[in-house]
Design a protein around this ligand. Structure first.
Ligand SMILES: C[S@@+](CC[C@H](N)C(=O)[O-])C[C@H]1O[C@@H](n2cnc3c(N)ncnc32)[C@H](O)[C@@H]1O
Length: 361
């Protein structure tokens, strides 16, 4: 067991914080900073010989931990964790004296992650979680307190960190209920399987539905779906466009991509599933690209993320290649298409969304 004396100095510098690209990352960083405060000050927890981190985010102080194993379904964050030189797993395994949890934004996902943390805790181990107040930190702290009894809490940076020691008296029925929330489910009145935490978990996104209905049946050749989620647009391409030879799905959320793989399993066309950060560009070039670009990261708006998607798409189009995208009407993507040298037109809109169709000539 090691104390963590480097924590405060490391946290003050936090060059990692300066590298943040998106507003949400800053919010998550605030939760991360608050989480790490549990290892500072008078009542500091001691750093154990090994720990598991669900929703892993790098932090300078972690460089001084003996061993912390990270699980992170989101590719950009998983890549940041690996760049920090920290070990990552695709699926958590084993038991640990400490499990850290930095949940995402959905209720079911957060509770399912508490249950996952419990599953990987050694007897007598400690579960430590942190969330932004705007993500319901107080509510989740109360839920964990109800399941665990004693809980210790600290508040800072508009976030809460709270932890509980496994003393043999935790309410295992509550954890079993939370575990069940993490399973796959079907979107009502569809055949699409989804998991909590992925985009559009209880309905088909109306913007994506608008685009799907307008995709020309003449699409052919190699197609990419950028930010493919659980596969809705890719499925629309495969159903509507018999001349499409191959489709590549690029998606940052490993859970959504796994759902897409199972949702598209019945199609006989060539399909490739890439756990990939679209902001980094994509390998290959395409006759057509479809997308409903993200412009939120977590709870915060991140229009630059959408713009990065457009730039990646423009760079990946073959000459004569076509881009089909749907966006909220207020998002000024037209200038990005102009700057990328694409010829574009507004192919329709409703009260919320617009369709922008573009071509590399
Ligand atoms: C608006 S949703 C569209 C999902 C899907 N195409 C649909 O129509 O239902 C945007 C998707 O982009 C994914 N995403 C966000 N950031 C990403 C990134 N940097 N690289 C790849 N995918 C990303 C999200 O996980 C989400 O599934």
């Amino acid at each position: 067991m090691l104390p963590c004396p480097q924590f405060l100095a490391a946290s003050r510098d936090s060059p990692w914080r300066k590298r943040c690209k998106w507003a949400y990352v800053t919010a998550v960083n605030a939760a991360m900073e608050t989480l790490m405060l549990a290892f500072a000050g008078e009542d500091a927890l001691v750093v154990p010989s090994h720990a598991l981190f669900l929703g892993a985010q790098p932090h300078p102080a972690l460089a001084h931990w003996p061993e912390v194993c990270g699980w992170q379904p989101l590719k950009p964050q998983a890549a940041a964790w690996e760049r920090a030189g920290l070990p990552r797993v695709d699926a958590p395994a084993g038991r640990y004296p400490l499990v850290l949890v930095l949940p995402g934004k959905s209720r079911d996902e957060t509770l399912a992650w508490f249950a996952l943390a419990r599953e990987h805790l050694e007897p007598g181990g400690r579960l430590l979680a942190a969330l932004p107040n705007t993500a319901g930190a107080a509510r989740f702290e109360k839920a964990l307190a109800n399941a665990c009894g004693n809980i210790t809490s600290l508040q800072k940076h508009k976030c809460r960190a709270f932890h509980a020691l496994e003393d043999g008296n935790w309410d295992e029925e509550v954890f079993a209920g939370w575990r069940a929330l993490g399973g796959r489910r079907t979107i009502p009145n569809t055949k699409f399987a989804v998991e909590p935490g992925v985009f559009s978990v209880d309905h088909i996104d109306p913007g994506s539905a608008l685009l799907a209905a307008q995709l020309p049946a003449t699409l052919r050749g190699d197609v990419a779906d950028l930010g493919a989620g659980w596969g809705f647009l890719a499925e629309a391409v495969l159903l509507r466009c018999p001349k499409v030879a191959r489709i590549d799905l690029f998606e940052a959320d490993a859970r959504a991509l796994a759902c897409a793989r199972s949702n598209l399993a019945g199609h006989q066309r060539e399909m490739h599933f890439h756990w990939h950060d679209v902001c980094e560009g994509v390998p290959g070039s395409y006759d057509a690209i479809v997308m409903n670009p993200p412009f939120h990261v977590g709870q915060a708006t991140a229009v630059d993320l959408g713009r990065a998607f457009l730039k990646t798409a423009a760079a990946a189009l073959k000459r004569g290649g076509k881009l089909y995208l749907v966006a909220n009407r207020q998002l000024a993507y037209e200038a990005v298409l102009d700057a990328a040298g694409l010829v574009w037109r507004n192919a329709g809109e409703d009260r919320t969304y617009k369709l922008l169709f573009a071509e590399r000539r």
